[in-house]
Design a protein around this ligand. Structure first.
Ligand SMILES: *[C@@H]1O[C@H](CO)[C@@H](O)[C@H](O)[C@H]1NC(C)=O
Length: 229
């Protein structure tokens, strides 16, 4: 009798797991169709690593995507987040102070150039230019008029009032100033503090290729990360 009960429970568990999987698979297929705009082969199309990664099978080839980057991936465990497609736990997130010096830029066209920084206390991806700056700790340089090579040498004011996690997103945008609402976005760089200071680049002058805008150029900056924990 007991044995049959166990069998029944086991069967139900297996069935629930099976239907759950089928549901997740159809979601994976839908998401892959949205991403690739082509028909998807169901076999091998699935979520992996607690929904941090999505594999799409297209005509026999698997295309992997890191999804939900920066979001929590373990129920009830906010310190587990998706990072590079893996669900990783930070026992303790490192926090510290960030200092940003905006040194110069090299632009393809002359502009009334100024740079503006947004620091967000998380690594969620964003697209440029940033539309919603409500969660930014911000600072901006002065405008350098009519130049391909604006030199600012300005240190961000105000960032030392805050502690940030080390995978905070730092976004720098360069704009062409034409007065209040007519400014033109020239390009920008968005990276996490960890990405900016790895390779021993902490407190060194670094040159970064800008993206977005039309004809983005290069940005020269210095990031100083002072870890507290
Ligand atoms: C960022 O997050 C850390 C860890 O949760 C917190 O200690 C810090 O105050 C936050 N900083 C800002 C600017 O929100």
């Amino acid at each position: 009798m007991k044995f049959y009960n166990i069998l029944t429970v086991a069967t139900i568990v297996i069935l629930v797991a099976f239907f759950d999987n089928v549901h997740a698979d159809s979601q994976a297929q839908e998401q892959c169709r949205q991403l690739h705009h082509v028909d998807i082969d169901p076999s091998g199309t699935k979520f992996l690593n607690n929904n941090c990664r999505l594999n799409c099978n297209i005509h026999g080839q698997i295309y992997g995507h890191n999804i939900n980057e920066g979001r929590t991936c373990m129920i009830g465990q906010t310190n587990y987040v998706c990072q590079n497609g893996e669900c990783v736990g930070h026992n303790r997130q490192h926090v510290g102070h960030i200092d940003i010096e905006l040194i110069s830029a090299s632009l393809y066209e002359k502009a009334n150039a100024y740079a503006t920084v947004c620091i967000m206390n998380n690594s969620l991806p964003i697209s440029l230019p940033i539309q919603d700056r409500r969660n930014c700790v911000s600072c901006s340089t002065h405008v350098k008029e009519n130049t391909n090579y604006p030199v600012w040498n300005e240190v961000c004011v105000g960032s030392s009032n805050y502690l940030f996690v080390s995978d905070s997103r730092v976004t720098t945008e360069v704009w062409d100033h034409h007065g209040s609402n007519n400014n033109v976005f020239l390009g920008g760089v968005t990276l996490t503090i960890d990405q900016l200071v790895n390779h021993g680049d902490n407190h060194r002058q670094i040159n970064l290729a800008m993206a977005g805008g039309h004809n983005p150029g290069q940005l020269s900056t210095r990031i100083t990360w002072t870890q507290r924990t």
